[in-house]
Design a protein. Structure first.
Length: 108
């Protein structure tokens, strides 16, 4: 990857309009290479930070899903217990109603 400046310098040298040495072209290319290396290093560091952040968020999500699953099981247990109590109370109501009907019919 060469910059516009390097291409321009090479173009001028080829035409003979601008005397430039290979040493100067090499220095410009080295500087560009160093800039690219620094930019790549910064991008890699940024990527590593983002990956670490992603892993942390994944772990938080896994933990929250685990908590939700636990709560779901707990609510299912409460629901089952509540339904059983309702059935027992309904049976008790029917039993008391039948006793009440027998007692009122025996008085008559």
């Amino acid at each position: 990857m060469t910059s516009v400046k390097t291409k321009r310098l090479e173009s001028l040298k080829k035409r003979g309009n601008f005397p430039i040495s290979k040493k100067k072209i090499g220095r410009v290319r080295r500087q560009e290479g160093e800039k690219l290396k620094k930019e790549i290093q910064l991008l890699r560091e940024n990527l590593a930070c983002k990956e670490a952040e992603l892993n942390q968020l994944k772990e938080q999500l896994r933990y929250k899903n685990q908590q939700l699953a636990s709560k779901d099981l707990e609510f299912e247990s409460y629901k089952k217990i509540s339904e059983e109590k309702i059935i027992l109370l309904e049976a008790k109501i029917k039993e008391l109603e039948s006793k009440l009907k027998k007692s009122t019919s025996s008085k008559e």
